[in-house]
Each structure stands twice: as C-alpha cells, then as structure tokens.
Write a protein that binds this ligand. Sequence first.
Ligand SMILES: Cc1ncc(C[n+]2csc(CCOP(=O)(O)OP(=O)(O)O)c2C)c(N)n1
Length: 562
Amino acid sequence: MPTNKPTGAQLVISTLKALGVDVLFGYPGGAIMPIYDALAGSGLRHILVRHEQGASFAADSYARATGRVGVCMATSGPGATNLITGIANAYMDSVPVVFITGQVSTHLMGTDGFQEVDFLGLTLPVVKHSWLVRDAAQIPAILARAFAIAKEGRPGPVLVDIPKDVAASFVEASEMGELPAWTPAAPKAEAIEAAKALIEQAQKPLLYIGGGVHMADADAEMRDFVERTGIPFVSTLKGLGTVSTYHDLHLGMLGMHGTRAGNMAVQETDLLIAVGARFDDRATGKLSAFAPHAKVIHFDIDPAEFHKNRRADVAILGDLKLALPALRPTMPDISEWVKLNKANKWQHRFKYDAPGKGVYAPALLKSLSEKAGKKFIVACDVGQHQMWVAQHCEFEQNRAHLTSGGSGAMGYGLPAGMGAKLGLPDHHVVTVSGDGSFMMNIQEMATLRRYGINLKIVLLDNSSLGLVRQWQELFYEENYSEIDLSDNPDFVEVAKAFGLSAFRITQRHEVEGAIDRLLAADAPTLLHVLIDPRENVWPLVPPGASNAEMMEERWDEPIDSY
Ligand SMILES: Cc1ncc(C[n+]2csc(CCOP(=O)(O)OP(=O)(O)O)c2C)c(N)n1
C-alpha cells in the first residue's frame, strides 16, 4: 500500500547520505534486498565488487587512505561471513569501518532459515561495537552512533545487522539527530611532567612510532616533536611515513624484518618513547630482551594497551594532538647518541648490487617509490614482497603505506589499492602483490575494469609462497611443504582477459622502462615481474630470538632466467 512513510531501508540510505558518505562497497543478496532497492537511484556511489571480502578490504583501505569512515554492505549468511576476514583486519589495525549486513527476517531468526547465520555472535570478538536492529525507527540514530564509535578513541569496525522485515517496514520519519560529540581525553599534567623529567635525564632516548599516530591525525604534532627534540626514531610497519622515512633521524622499521640500525638502537636506548604503538611481537622479538636497558614512556588512547606487553614507567593516556605539543623537555646533550645512530644507519644501509641479471625485487621497489614521487600510495599484500616494500620504499606522508599489519591477511592488496584509489584519485596508487596473495582476490580486476579505477599493480612472482618457503628453508631444514605455485596461470593473459593492460619483465635492465610505462599508463595496468624464487628477506630476527640476534643478508649464485 503506497504511503509517504519511509521504510527502514530508505532510512539507511538517507542517513548514509546525511552522514556524508560518498562511496560504499558491497554485494547484494536476499536479506539485504530492501536496502539495495532503496539504493538504486539514490545518488549514493556504490561499488559492486566481485567478492564480499574485496568489499571489506576496499572499505578498510578507503578509510586508511582518506581518514574517513569506510562503509561496506553485504547480505546475510555467506555474504556476511565473507566479510569476516575484512572485519578482523580492520579490528587488528584499528580502522574505522561501518559494516551493514542484511539478516533474515525476525520471525525466521533462530530457525536455521535460509542464509541465516548469527553474525552478531560470530563477529563479537572482532568488532568494536555491534547492533542487531529490531526497530526501523532507530536506524538513523544507530547509524550515526556507529559512525561516531568507529572513529572515536581507538578506531575500529562497527557492525549494524538489519533483518529484512525491519528494513522493509514503514516507520514514522525519524532523523539521525545530532552526531554525538566525543571529546578525547586530555593527558594528565602529572604524566606529562613525569615524561619530561625522564627525557631530561636520558642519554640515549629513542622514539618508537606506531600506526596510532596517524590514526589520531597527529602526524604534524609528531613531526614537530621530532624537530624540537632531535630524538632519533624507529617506525613500526604501520608507523612508516608518519614522519617522513627520508628524515635524517629515521633509523628504519624495527623488529623481525627491521633495519640493523633500528634494532641496534632499540637494544641500546635508555629511554624508549612509544607513541601509538602496541609492542606487537613482530616489533619486539623476544619480549624479555626488548629494549633491555630502557625506561619506557608510552602514549596511547587506549588504556588497555598500557603494561599489556611491557610495563611503562610513564603512561600518558589521551589525545596525541594534545599530548605531544604539551611535552616540552629541555633537551640534554644527545649528540653522541645521534652521531652513533647515523653512523650505524650509513654502515648498515641496504645494498642493491645483487649479482646476476634477473630482477632484484628490493631494487625495483626502491626505484618505484623514487619514480612515483610524493603522491605515492602503496597497498601491499602479505609475504616477502610486503616486507620488501616496508624496507625499500620511501614514504613522505602518512596514509601512504597501506598494509594488513596486525592480521596479515593475504588478498588485501588488490581491493585495498582499489579502495585507496577511489578515495584519492589524484595519487599514484600501486598495489604490490605476490603470486600467492594476488590469487586470493584476483576477481577484483573486473571491478577495476568496470569502474575504470586507474590502479597499478606490480606482481612479484616467485612461483611460490615465498615467505613460507623462506621459513621452511631457514627453520625447517629445507623441508619444503606445500609452497610450490609453479603452475600459476599466465598472469598477463589473465589480466588481459579481465580487460586490463598487462606486460611482463624478467630481466634487470627492463625495470626502469617498465616502471615508467606503468606509472604513465592511464588505465589499470598489471606489471608482472618474474623474480628469483630463492630470494629471501634480510635481515631477519629468527622466531623466539631477540632483536639483537638478526640474521644477515646472503646472496645465492644468480639464476638469470626463470
Ligand atoms: C589468508 C592468509 N593465508 C595464509 C597466510 C600465511 N602466509 C603468510 S605469507 C604467505 C605466503 C605469501 O606468498 P605470496 O603472496 O606469493 O608472497 P611472497 O611471500 O612470495 O612475496 C602465507 C601463505 C596469510 N598470511 N594469510
């Protein structure tokens, strides 16, 4: 019966518009039909992916790249469960994404109805907050709250599960009302004073910068702090680019595949200043041997992070935008310490003169980041190529390095590149992937083609699950178990079949021309690079060892054709 009253589904769409959403990622199905019905012709830009996992990763990277809340929709049952990896990914890396899922109608819930799954229950450990909506009139308020919760404090994924009958029901028009304001905690003056005293007594202070800094939008404050104090810094995987990686005082990434200079500094420091970092095991190595001589100052927005892995001498809870400028120590003389670190950085710099004529992936990535310039954004997959990107690409700005850090989810790279390019169309967005990871969401090439998303893909193909192969080589006595991908399809032909441009290189002398051609292309393009399957990531801290016990680079005899 025609009525002027809106449906719950219409309220979903009108609220998303009112919240300023400009693009969302999704895939329709039975239980979410009313919402897709309301979406058609609404003016909201929806990207129809080819697999829900692609939508979840794309929404995540859109949020990381732009600083806005990502939005993702899927239907109940298998549509929703296909999102779980992406939800966990956003949770582990504290990314603000609102997931809207259809649910079976309320009278079918609990009956094992068609495409029914208790999605609220399934996702409980990996969401910041979730709702099962029972009253359509509440949709505007719930969505507004969901957006606010996703962003405030420590960001994270929020789920709104909407049964089909609730979405289809007519309600009195309701409004989302005022977006609830959230004021981040201001740091306590005593904590700032205590931190100041520790810095003023330190001889070898070191900053340990994590992904939380750019989540707090405190890059400018962080950069200012580095300039004011002259304290050398190491970055976590997610902290890369927060302060330019070109900076003189940057000692590189720390941890398992960190730089020698960075890890040596952590071993030596007498005051470790952790900013928006969580003492993750990939960064710390053996915890008991991590920064063994250091007192610790820990800045975080999430009190649960304090003393979780490492006891802090001073814990500063609150907004980094306030806390960093408030901390104004009179710096002691640390010039010898700075000199030592710069010398280590120079002495242990990466070398790119690998033997042979084949493509040396680290050199290719270094060249790629140089040629792409300041507006370079890279989205990685997971594996050796991911670690090479972290080691060899330079990042001038935050939000430029998009990687599945906490969860380490293969398949992230291609949809992540897509989401970032949609968010920041005037940047050079490049996905760097491995042959194993690429296959996990290869179908999203069709999405690139459909929407003309000008993403560039560098596929580093070693015909194997390289990082696993490396571990089997080094720690399982070369017992290679289920890592062979030598029967990969012809990726150039596959990409062409999806409607992309694609070309291949196999030799080192082809690298420069190929990167120029890739970056200049005005359509989504794949560069397929064959690399030595025996190449390893160096240096490496073996599992269970301390960061002081890094294994050093070694090069095999070259293989010049693969
Ligand atoms: C979804 C998922 N499954 C399994 C793993 C375990 N894993 C980590 S790295 C890796 C190999 C990655 O191979 P590839 O994408 O080819 O990259 P490469 O290491 O060769 O550069 C695997 C299987 C993972 N991180 N994610």
